[in-house]
Design a protein around this ligand. Structure first.
Ligand code: HEM
Length: 347
């Protein structure tokens, strides 16, 4: 995330093989099973904090996809990552040596994360390659130091799982507040064949439309490297330019009735300009995990909707927290197992 130039390119190329779609497809059964196990953990009819639950699921799935291991201390790692991210979003920070409450808590979080990453690396050092990120790092020439490996892992986990959890939570909120969309998506899921690799166009449209309205990455900045003209503006080199997915995705030139949640618009989309929609950024620094995240989100939703009825409780209390990512707050839902009857769905 923070590397530049040659160093960035070398690191990106090193982990790229983990993100190709054939490899991602291999994880599909694991993602569906993780979702089933996750749902089973809830007491029947329990009211759940969707964001918190989605974070736990997304973190375990991310570790399984990136490192090929099961994370024993999901909650502790999630809390550590959250504390670190909270701090990076704090505008005023005391120097690290001051033993303030925040600094002490940050040190604890860093210590915990560090120990967890050490364990993941140790478990993977037997020399066998299964094609996960750590295998590519360990077998690299030159092999990175342990500190560098931990940095790489932390970057991938941090950039990957929270955004995915945000996206999933916004989707649940939107489905819960749009019964007709929920019914159509559930119908598609329940009447599909058993092949989890089959494309489900309406579900895919729901995911795209949700990330249009609530893009987890809602703001992107770039620095101009040379003088450049944008419309009427002449920008000198070294200018910071901010583009917002939130604003662009609501431009009615491309998206009529932009505030409305209309997955149908994605079923036969017109030729929109390339960057009218960019939830995963664009250019060489675009999200390396875009395909992985999209596939994961679709599979989790598919599993969730296949035999559960979803009810969002008190949607009026939901709030948006525009931090580093666009975080949903107070999304509470209840899942009820449904006995699916084919003729009902087709009625
Ligand atoms: C819905 C989920 C996700 C969203 C919305 C998202 C969004 C983004 C965006 C907008 C960028 C570009 C930032 C910029 O232009 O400055 C980015 C970069 C990145 N993302 Fe994602 N991301 C998601 C999931 C993931 C996943 C699952 C992973 C990995 C497991 C991941 C890893 C990364 C990395 C490593 C970068 C930096 C790429 C580079 O600088 O070369 N992301 N992401």
């Amino acid at each position: 995330m923070n590397s530049e130039g040659e160093d960035w390119l070398r690191k990106r190329r090193r982990v790229q093989p983990v993100f190709v779609s054939e490899r991602i497809d291999q994880h599909a059964p694991m993602i569906c099973q993780a979702t089933v196990d996750w749902i089973r953990n809830w007491p029947a009819d329990a009211l759940i904090d969707v964001h918190s639950e989605m974070s736990r699921l997304a973190l375990s799935v991310a570790v399984a996809q990136i490192v090929g291991q099961k994370l024993d201390d999901v909650d502790a790692v999630r809390d550590s990552v959250r504390a670190i991210m909270r701090l990076t979003a704090t505008p005023v920070r005391l120097p690290a040596w001051i033993p303030s409450k925040t600094n002490r808590s940050l040190r604890r979080s860093l210590g915990h994360l560090d120990a967890s990453l050490d364990r993941l690396i140790d478990n993977c050092s037997d020399g066998s390659s299964r094609g996960y990120v750590l295998d590519h790092l360990i077998q690299g020439h030159p092999a990175p130091s342990r500190a560098e490996m931990k940095d790489e892992l932390a970057t991938l986990l941090m950039s990957g799982y929270e955004t995915t959890a945000d996206a999933l939570t916004w989707i649940v909120y939107l489905l819960g507040t749009h019964p007709a969309v929920l019914a159509r998506a559930s119908h598609e899921v329940r009447t599909a064949g058993s092949n989890i690799h089959d494309h489900q166009p309406y579900l895919a449209a729901v995911v795209k439309e949700s990330m249009r309205l609530y893009p987890p990455a809602w703001l992107t900045t770039r620095e101009t490297v040379a003088q450049v003209r944008f419309g009427d503006y002449e920008l000198p080199a070294g200018t910071t330019v901010t583009v917002s997915q939130w604003v662009t995705h609501r431009d009615e030139r491309w998206f009529p009735s932009p505030e409305e949640f209309l997955p149908e618009r994605w079923l036969s989309p017109p030729a929109w300009p390339r960057y009218a929609y960019f939830p995963f950024g664009g250019g060489p620094r675009a999200c390396i995990g875009a395909t992985m995240a999209t596939r994961e989100i679709e599979l989790i939703l598919r599993t969730l909707l296949s035999n559960n009825h979803l009810e969002v409780v008190h949607p009026e209390r939901v709030k948006i927290r525009p931090a580093l990512a666009l975080q949903p707050q107070n999304v509470r839902a209840r899942l009820r197992a449904t006995q699916f009857v084919q003729s009902e769905a087709l009625a």
